[in-house]
Write a protein that binds this ligand. Structure first.
Ligand SMILES: NC(=O)c1ccc[n+]([C@@H]2O[C@H](COP(=O)([O-])OP(=O)(O)OC[C@H]3O[C@@H](n4cnc5c(N)ncnc54)[C@H](O)[C@@H]3O)[C@@H](O)[C@H]2O)c1
Length: 326
């Protein structure tokens, strides 16, 4: 068998890169190094695969569709938990296994969740702004008067969605001395399976970690924000589609929700005149939860190990269409 040749347009590093290079010639051109942003569609990818003579494709953000499936590929690796950048149905029809990288960014997102929680609770962003603006003394008060908070150790946090990120957040919250509740109808380990509002009523912090599905879209609406404890903090490092943004804004404006930390917005952006942008008790980050080098090392290892399994005729662990290998 010819030595395989892998076109890798995902960031790829660490042990996974060593593993891949041991079994294949690697053409490495990660999208993340391109400024301005360069993402390929099926046409461009197919042309590039042909040009490089590749028979393995590993992507993270390029769109794998159309003419890519006319090529003879041994496998396609999508360095994401959900390989929604690959037309899996077309890959299956073409007999090409598609690999994914579940849980690659669980620790990264959990760490940002903790960062958002403390930033919101201890007014880190407005306090930083005061120092930079030379406004340490404001409204006739010193900062110690303006920025007091309740400590979080001993308080209760409720996790909505106890999957890879939810579990990675859980032990961190526990390590910080919080009592952890969790709502997840599909996870036997959760403390709540059918009473979201009941859990919300017990929590000083609510942290969203569910996948977006028809069932979870808008799962946090006006009734849920009302069910939360007065003054509780709302964190969403998952997806904005999980909440009704207008209801969240109203709950923050009324003071019923005490603050929020958000890492995602519908359309990946917020207009600068959005009410959330004017709220000093809200911390906003632009979908950077998974943005760590470790995430890249994790997905590299998961994908490379499965590529080796395929090349050796073994069953890959994270293949979304294993029927093509039967
Ligand atoms: N901010 C970022 O950069 C970033 C990065 C990675 C993932 N995410 C998001 O974080 C979330 C969790 O990702 P993950 O990798 O842990 O996914 P996962 O699939 O491991 O976990 C999702 C969990 O949601 C649960 N769930 C399903 N329906 C539910 C319902 N009706 N109510 C409550 N829980 C329900 C599932 O049982 C599962 O335990 C997703 O929304 C994902 O898009 C964000």
């Amino acid at each position: 068998m010819d030595r395989p040749r892998a076109l890798v347009t995902a960031p790829f590093r660490g042990e996974g890169m060593d593993t891949l290079q041991a079994v294949a010639d690697v053409v490495y051109d990660p999208w993340i190094e391109h400024v301005p942003l360069k993402l390929m569609d099926g046409e461009k990818l197919a042309a590039r695969i042909r040009e490089e003579g590749a028979d393995i494709l590993i992507v993270e953000s390029d769109f794998v569709n159309g003419p890519v499936f006319d090529l003879s590929l041994r496998c396609i690796g999508s360095c994401r938990g959900d390989p929604n950048n690959v037309d899996v149905a077309a890959a299956t029809k073409a007999g090409i296994p598609v690999l994914r990288a579940p849980g690659r960014n669980a620790n990264a997102v959990a760490e940002l969740t903790i960062a958002l929680m403390f930033a919101v609770n201890r007014f880190v962003v407005p306090a930083d702004h005061d120092v930079r603006a030379g406004a340490v003394y404001a409204e006739g008060k010193i900062p110690y008067q303006r920025y007091r908070a309740w400590e979080l150790a001993g308080r209760t946090v409720g996790i909505v969605g106890l999957g890879a990120v939810g579990r990675a957040a859980k032990w961190r919250f526990e390590g910080l001395g919080l009592h952890v509740l969790s709502y997840d109808p599909y996870n036997p380990d959760a403390t709540h399976h059918d009473d979201l509002n009941g859990m919300l009523a017990e929590c000083d912090v609510v942290s969203m970690h569910a996948m977006v599905t028809p069932e979870t879209e808008g799962i946090m609406g006006a009734a849920q924000f009302t069910a939360m404890k007065p003054g509780a903090i709302y964190l969403n490092s998952a997806r904005a589609m999980l909440h009704d943004t207008d209801a969240l804004v109203a709950a923050l404006q009324s003071g019923h929700v005490g603050g929020a930390g958000l890492d995602h917005f519908k359309g990946e952006n917020l207009p600068t005149d959005h009410p959330l942008c004017a709220m000093t008790n809200v911390v906003l980050t632009p979908h950077i939860g998974g943005a760590t080098y470790d995430t890249e090392a994790n997905h590299s290892k998961l994908i490379a190990d499965d590529v080796v399994r395929i090349l050796e005729g073994d069953k890959p662990v994270n293949c979304v269409n294993p029927e093509v290998l039967a």
